[in-house]
Design a protein around this ligand. Structure first.
Ligand SMILES: C[S@@+](CC[C@H](N)C(=O)[O-])C[C@H]1O[C@@H](n2cnc3c(N)ncnc32)[C@H](O)[C@@H]1O
Length: 356
């Protein structure tokens, strides 16, 4: 496993590692760094960890295989806790989406014993400071434990209520969106990109798609599945592969596509194109450029550079991006040519065809 330096919240946890020297620590929202290795070598007996991020999961699979009796990893929207091991504490990583935090706190309140603490860690610029007050809605006792590296570590205990029978199903929300003259029902979980609405960039992209020839479609960074759901309303026979690194997005896309009645779709976890095989007639995307509150272009730049080899000769790459992003030179380098189909409301639609 290649080493990934600790994130700032991870460094704050390691500074306070004596708090976490427990028999069974549950970690929710685990980031893609080396925190688990640190905790296990610093005195935690057993960790059950939930991550929504496939890149974190993929990195940690070899560690889990090596440390079967110390680590159980889940890449999923919610955690199924092994109740044969009493939980001694929960460490929750702050998520940018407040509805997702509410969702995961409800989940934690379904298994947190009355006498076990929950710690919440996050960065100042992600809004951790407001959570001291918010946690008081759910816990009788809340305090700040430490504050460094632009992060805060909070501790809460004495839950004011318990969640009975926590399940995933009630957290899916279905909403209706319109692109051009097409109405679609999209289902999504809290925290998924553009939850409850159609993203403006995606809308501009869909409005350039009045026909898609029959064939294999790769929907990269599928979110709640809106792009595939739209193409499914067009004429033709389409075989969809929807990929995302977010477990919440994948569960949402599965719901959205199942409800369309399409029988030809696969929902696949992937970090960039890491798990994508075969070749497609169309690769379509509103690719990511935010991770948390920070801007990251690396994933998309790599996706653009690699997408040509995932297209059949004659196949098309079509993406939407903020017009200020310098994607055309990358597409041009990979494909020899990059066409701008439309520029509107600050977004550009780019197209490239694989020649041979
Ligand atoms: C701008 S959103 C677009 C979502 C959806 N296609 C839409 O138009 O509403 C980008 C998506 O890329 C996903 N993503 C981010 N990093 C990724 C990665 N490394 N590999 C695959 N997907 C990623 C995000 O989870 C998010 O769902």
């Amino acid at each position: 496993m290649t080493s990934v330096p600790l994130s700032n919240p991870g460094q704050l946890i390691v500074r306070n590692q004596e708090l976490f020297e427990l028999e069974h620590l549950v970690v929710v929202g685990l980031p893609a760094d080396d925190l688990v290795s640190h905790l296990l070598s610093d005195g935690v007996d057993y960790i059950s960890a939930l991550t929504r991020d496939f890149s974190a999961y993929r990195r940690l699979i070899p560690l889990e295989a090596r440390l079967k009796d110390q680590l159980s990893l889940s890449f999923a929207p919610i955690l199924s806790v092994d109740f044969t091991r009493p939980v001694d504490g929960v460490l929750l990583f702050l998520q940018k989406s407040k509805p997702l935090m509410d969702f995961w706190l409800e989940m934690v309140l379904s298994f947190l014993p009355d006498d076990a603490p929950i710690w919440l860690v996050g960065e100042n610029d992600e809004g951790i400071k407001s959570w001291k007050k918010r946690l008081k809605n759910s816990f009788g006792y809340v305090k700040s434990v430490d504050n460094a590296r632009h992060c805060v570590l909070l501790e809460a205990s004495e839950p004011l209520k318990k969640t009975e029978n926590f399940t995933l199903e009630p957290w899916f929300e279905t909403f209706s969106v319109t692109a051009g003259s097409t109405n679609m029902d999209i289902t999504s979980l809290p925290g998924v990109f553009s939850h409850g609405r159609l993203d403006k960039g995606t809308q501009v992209l869909l409005e350039t798609l009045d026909a898609v020839p029959s064939g294999k479609v790769l929907d990269f960074g599928c979110g709640a599945g809106v792009i595939s759901a739209y193409i499914n309303t067009l004429q033709g026979e389409h075989d969809f592969t929807l990929v995302d690194c977010d477990a919440l997005a994948l569960a949402s896309s599965h719901k959205t596509m199942s409800a369309t009645g399409s029988k030809s779709f696969t929902v696949l976890p992937s970090d960039g194109l890491s798990e994508v095989t075969g070749q497609f007639d169309l690769i379509i995307s509103n690719p990511p450029f935010h991770q948390g509150v920070k801007t990251h272009y690396e994933v998309t730049e790599q996706f653009l550079a690699q997408s040509r080899q995932r297209l059949r000769p004659g196949g098309e790459l079509r993406i939407v991006a903020n017009s200020f992003l310098r994607y055309p030179p990358i597409i041009q380098k990979a494909f020899g040519r990059c066409e701008t189909l439309l520029t509107r409301d600050g977004f550009s639609i780019y197209r490239a065809i694989r020649k041979a």
